[in-house]
Design a protein. Structure first.
Length: 209
């Protein structure tokens, strides 16, 4: 019997959730006025994806992403387990099942697998769309902070080392890695406030003595 393989969406809590996302390019920055004074010569590197994911807003976005999509992922995993159980039934009962029963079970497995694959693809697409939205929103904020930081510190070039396949940096001193600085400055500029605790219900009115 032909086997079908279902690709499940990778929804991982933590850095990997956003690190796997393909972030759209940040919006173009407005033109800057001519820089006066010494010409900047410093070079810095930053892992933008890691920086965004480690900010307070990034961590909050990851938690919300998981809360939104994990129930659908759990449903797909249960459907996949059900399909596997049917395959085991087919294997164990092949010697005793009638040809008609085996054909019916094979059709059911094939239909369920196709439906599962379609649902998994839909979930992957929804996760990618949401991740891209998060990266675009937080990435624009990060770029504004990075621009100001680079000007203030005389940095001429900042290399993003988030994706080693597209950025070739053979070696860089940790002294020029500004990822931690960006996380700190981002959280200062965009602090995440704790959710307000729900108000306690008022107690019964006091009785007059």
């Amino acid at each position: 019997m032909k086997k079908n393989f279902v690709v499940f969406p990778a929804l991982v809590l933590g850095l990997a959730a956003l690190a796997a996302a393909q972030a759209p390019a940040p919006a173009a920055a407005p033109p800057k006025a001519a820089v006066t004074g010494p010409v900047p010569t410093k070079v810095a590197i930053i892992n933008v994806t890691a920086a965004i994911a480690e900010t307070g807003e990034g961590k909050k976005a990851l938690a919300e992403l998981a809360a939104k999509f994990n129930p659908r992922k759990s449903t797909l995993e249960k459907k996949n387990a059900d399909i596997q159980a049917k395959r085991d039934q087919m294997t164990k009962g092949s010697a005793t099942m009638s040809d008609e029963a085996k054909a019916d079970l094979a059709r059911t497995i094939d239909t369920d697998t196709k439906n599962l694959q379609r649902d998994a693809e839909d979930l992957n697409a929804d996760i990618d769309q949401e991740q891209n939205r998060i990266m675009q929103d937080l990435g624009n904020k990060m770029m504004a902070i990075l621009d100001q930081y680079a000007v203030q510190n005389g940095i001429a070039v900042v290399l993003d080392v988030s994706n080693q396949q597209t950025t070739t940096v053979l070696w860089a001193s940790t002294a020029v890695n500004i990822t931690a600085d960006m996380i700190k400055l981002y959280d200062q500029a965009h602090p995440v406030t704790a959710a307000a605790a729900p108000a306690k219900p008022a107690g019964p009115p006091a009785t007059k003595k």
